[in-house]
Design a protein around this ligand. Sequence first.
Ligand code: HEM
Length: 498
Amino acid sequence: MSVFSFKSVSVTANNSSFVFLRYDRARLSLRSRLPLPPGPKRLPIIGNLLQIVTSGKPFWETVHEWSKIYGTKSGTSFISSQDTVSEFTVKKASIYSSRPRYIMPVISGFGWTTVALPYTAELRRQRAILQKFFFNSDVLNYTEIQQRESYEFLKNLLRSPGKYDKHAHHLPASTIMMNVYGHEVEADDPYLQLADESGRAFIEYFSYIFLDLLPWMQSLPEWFPGTGFMKVAREGRELSDKVRHRLYSLTKSKMMNGTAKESMTTKLLGEAANTGKANNAETEEEFADVSAMMFLAGSDTTVTSIMNLVLAVLQFPDTLRRAQEEIDRVVGIDRLPTFEDKENLPYINAMCTEVMRWEVVAPLALPRCAAQDDEFRGYHIPAGTLVLPNVWSIANNSEVYPNPSQFKPERWLPGGVNEKSIRPMSYALGSGRRCLFITAASLFATFNIERALDANGKPSPLGGHEWSIVRFVTPSTCKFTPRSEKAAALIREANGSV
Ligand code: HEM
């Protein structure tokens, strides 16, 4: 996937580091006397698409440059741009909570996903369930599962360190499957493959934006050149059905025979039974959708964070040494770190914060769509306008984060330059808790991670990022070596007591 493009006709950037993309179908209100926000000149039909495609840079970097050109003379204040993000997503949530309906996710059968729904009762019901289960730690115990799966990750690394990217893929998928369905992942589990396949496919659908510009292509016969998307969409519909129903049905049948472990699905179905909504087809479809959404949204985003963490210590090896020194001092070498160590490991916590800023996972978050005409700081925002927080731009603002391309966890430590700055968690993620802590702490406690050397003794090239709506990281050629025989033994013995 090479191009991250939108059905934008008009791309506008301003100093608030917000880009405004106007849909070709957006209505221009004749009543408004306000100007549209400023931006680069656009061509008929394709708008700014050509400039984006030919820039040779990721879209978010192009828009970052535009924000400098079209910004006002007050200069760029990215902290205030974070305020702007909050203004849109929190204060004006009733206008900007809707999502655009891109054609490809919909014709591929993924129109039910929370991130593809307009602001309807269906979206509100899905969000209420997500809010209850995912964003509230009282309902399910996530930490225990995260800790256990992180230790499994170490075991897998011990067995086959060369496949670290595969193990990183399995870690969040297994954690989510246990939380959402109570499903314990086994070696070569078919549901892991389903998680990988559906997550990647779902993200790729967002790169078929040409269909939104040329919707008539859907009526072409399938033999016509350029209609490969039809086969992809057909396969997508099968995938969508599998991801929504397979694990959900398995959990239901386990509930019937009394072998189901507690999970989001068992709780939802239990509550439905108590409120007389059991066996209601609509309710069940909704449960199946929300469960699958967790699966889709949580896996690849977390994989990229873990891969970024490995990339960071390969590129900045001193940070690994410092992390290990802290763990040895605080935790010692006779046990693995646990969540209880979290508040005593400030450097590890700082690494987890910095990695979210250093290489943002979703550089433009996810597009939102103005549900009605709006006014923003003297500009007219027509209904249908796409609104994207330029997360990459906020995270790379050198006035807030000096040397933004450097991975510097110490910037977040007490007395560090960013101690009081806005945390990337508040703009780089959707709402809710995401915790890399236990994965980072247990990995660095037990493994040395180094770049491999080529035949001439030079370090092998590092992995890189793809330009997609959620960035994927290609693996680096590197070595994971247990720090000691004792560390290897701790890994082998882990999980007996969790
Ligand atoms: C480091 C990892 C993650 C990153 C960078 C990330 C990023 C994001 C972003 C940028 C959004 C869009 C927010 C918006 O438009 O306001 C989002 C939405 C969402 N995320 Fe994540 N996420 C991560 C992990 C997870 C995990 C682990 C889960 C669940 C298990 C999850 C579930 C969701 C859901 C359900 C939504 C849709 C919320 C809605 O539209 O109401 N995410 N995420």
